[in-house]
Design a protein around this ligand. Structure first.
Ligand code: SAM
Length: 291
């Protein structure tokens, strides 16, 4: 990360690419017990939150990520009543989850309370549902929470994490995903943020499919979508079902959804289920399933 007088820049050195936003001022600069948390006011993208120099969200484009991390999974499950979010401390995914009338309980477990407190101050629109009686905010390590949770406790598990490094690395491994499989009820659905199809297709996305297969998830699909402020500008969410397909969803319910969206629609969902060949290859586990 570099910040000169007017620009925040996140350089993705391995790929020789950077994304920059013009900033007006620093709103928060805090070393939490876990990470370096900063919030900037930008000239055109509203506020920007970064963790350890990596863009987490901007006011302007976070809807793309939060809608695709929630609605495809919740419209895939026939009746998502109990939802667990691991990470997601900015609360944008939680807000989208709580828009679904079937949801009775939404537990969010982020390791770092400072992220949520910063979101309350600088992204209040994302935390507006936090007082909903169905929401439960916990601050703990998601790996430990899932390890200790009861079997079959959730219908949908959403892994809205930082990149797979440091304490977030475990959230991408087969041991953690095996625990997620255990705490999902039969017919449950997992969704995990899975980085960039362009930059991470052959690495993180392929490895994630291998780990999910090892954990018992035979049905999987990686849905691509744009997020201009993330490395490469093109991101993905990987769905996996516990004994259920994830390549079909409640299309009629999605068409009649009783809340507004800016990106998600049944057509967008259907389109995202048709992976481009480069992504289909990354999703294939073992030579026998290579498309
Ligand atoms: N949309 C973002 C992205 O892809 O860049 C992710 C946003 S969200 C703020 C990520 C959250 O994951 C952070 O608040 C971080 O504290 C949390 N996190 C990382 N590792 C975690 C773990 N092991 N348990 C719980 N939360 C974790």
């Amino acid at each position: 990360m570099s910040l000169d007088e007017h620009w925040f820049s996140e350089a993705y050195e391995d790929e020789g690419v950077a994304f920059s936003l013009r900033v007006r001022r620093t709103l928060l600069d805090e070393h939490t017990p876990y990470q370096h948390l900063q919030v900037f006011e930008t000239s055109h993208w509203g506020n920007l939150m970064t963790l350890d120099g990596c863009v987490m969200l901007t006011s302007r484009d976070n809807f793309l990520y939060h809608e695709m991390m929630s609605h495809p999974a919740l419209f895939t499950h026939p009746e998502p009543r109990r939802v667990l979010i691991i990470g997601g401390g900015d609360c944008g995914t939680l807000r989208e989850v709580l828009r679904h009338p079937a949801v009775e309980q939404a537990v969010q477990v982020d390791i770092d309370e400072a992220v949520t407190r910063a979101a309350e101050r600088f992204f209040p629109e994302l935390t507006e549902a936090n007082d909903d009686r169905r929401a439960e905010l916990r601050f703990a390590d998601g790996v430990a929470y899932v390890r200790d949770a009861a079997g079959g406790a959730f219908d949908v598990v959403i892994i809205d994490s930082t990149d797979p490094v440091g304490f977030a690395e475990g959230l991408f491994g087969a041991a953690f995903l095996t625990d997620v499989h255990r705490i999902l009820a039969d017919g449950g659905v997992l969704v995990q943020q899975s980085e960039s199809p362009l930059l991470h297709g052959e690495g993180i996305i392929r490895n994630l499919h291998t780990a999910l297969a090892e954990a018992g998830f035979a049905q999987r699909a990686t849905l691509p979508f744009p997020v201009p402020s993330y490395p490469g500008g093109w991101w993905s969410a990987t769905l996996a079902g516990k004994g259920v397909p994830v390549d079909c969803f409640r299309e009629a319910d999605a068409a009649a959804m009783p809340f507004p969206t800016q990106y998600y629609s049944p057509g967008v969902h259907r389109g995202a289920l048709a992976p481009p060949p480069l992504l289909a290859r990354a999703m294939a586990v073992g030579s026998g399933t290579f498309p």
